[in-house]
Design a protein around this ligand. Structure first.
Ligand SMILES: Cc1cc2nc3c(=O)[nH]c(=O)nc-3n(C[C@H](O)[C@H](O)[C@H](O)COP(=O)(O)O)c2cc1C
Length: 271
């Protein structure tokens, strides 16, 4: 619970006016540096989301790919939130190799005065689960930085962990003057299409690439992203949520003499 007075939700202001007024009460926005170390975009996507979430509160976020970050600035940072994935055998993503080497070196500077937290991405099927995030977390601490929120190690599904981690940090920073007095209307703004809100893309072309008589079936499929705001980039992964054809399902049920009301746990033929 914040100690700061708020403009109540039912006060006669627009959401933007209420946000502005609440910020005026809360004091200057809290600077937060978001760094990401990513190979295939998961950590980068979460970093972008974090910046968006921070902007809804009284924070002043700046974001950088760790590959482009000027490491000499690190000792002077106030709050660093680092999102890092792990590759190879417990190694940093390619983009983070130089920073990792610099940080681990004996010559690394003191980080006293820096407050930080790490969100580590990984896959528990690898032996060195989240090792890069663990390395960063422990090294920041060893160099004198203050861990303001415990590291969270995320497996392949990370949305819930991200949410808990980011919200935990934001509410922790709030009593220090970063009142995240987010009007509901702004908080609930649409985030566009994502893994959790897939875009139903129509198939616009599809044909079998194999010649007549071939036993193999390799299909060329084109899907349209029109109206989604999404654009395909090399390396992007496509998630497919298949839907059964209603006509085929009916036919199958008829052939198997099953009722569409029958649940799979209690399958019994219709007599
Ligand atoms: C080739 C390869 C190697 C990986 N090695 C590890 C590993 O050693 N430890 C781990 O926890 N996760 C490992 N992962 C999983 C990634 O860290 C995980 O998929 C993460 O979400 C990727 O995030 P990014 O897209 O930001 O790079 C590996 C993934 C790939 C494709």
């Amino acid at each position: 619970m914040s100690q700061h007075p708020f403009v109540p939700d039912d006060a006669p202001f627009t959401p933007e006016q209420r946000l502005w007024l609440n910020r005026a009460v809360a004091g200057p926005p809290v600077p937060v540096t978001v760094l990401y170390a990513s190979q295939t975009g998961n950590a980068e996507g979460l970093a972008k989301k974090l910046v968006k979430d921070l902007k809804k509160g009284n924070f002043l976020p700046t974001m950088s790919d760790i590959a482009q970050y000027d490491a000499a600035k690190l000792p002077a940072e106030k709050h660093v939130l680092l999102i890092a994935s792990t590759y190879g055998d417990g190694e940093p993503p390619d983009s983070a190799a130089d920073f990792h080497k610099w940080l681990m070196a004996e010559s690394a500077p003191s980080l006293a005065g820096v407050k930080y937290s790490v969100l580590a991405l990984g896959d528990s099927s690898y032996p060195d689960f989240c090792q890069c995030g663990i390395d960063f977390d422990l090294r920041f601490e060893a160099l004198g930085a203050e861990r303001i929120y415990p590291r969270v190690d995320c497996d392949v599904e990370f949305d819930a962990e991200y949410k808990a981690w980011s919200q935990g940090i934001m509410s922790l920073l709030a009593p220090a003057g970063a009142v995240a007095a987010v009007p509901m209307a702004l908080d609930q703004e649409e985030d566009g299409y994502s893994k959790n809100r897939p875009f139903p893309a129509p198939i616009i072309r599809q044909y079998n690439l194999n010649g007549k008589g071939s036993e193999k079936r390799t299909h060329h499929i084109e899907i349209s992203l029109d109206g989604s705001g999404l654009s395909y980039q090399v390396g992007d992964a496509l998630g497919v949520y298949p839907q059964n054809s209603a006509a085929l399902v009916d036919e199958l049920l008829r052939s198997a003499r099953l009722s569409s009301a029958t649940t799979t746990s209690a399958l019994s033929p219709v007599r």
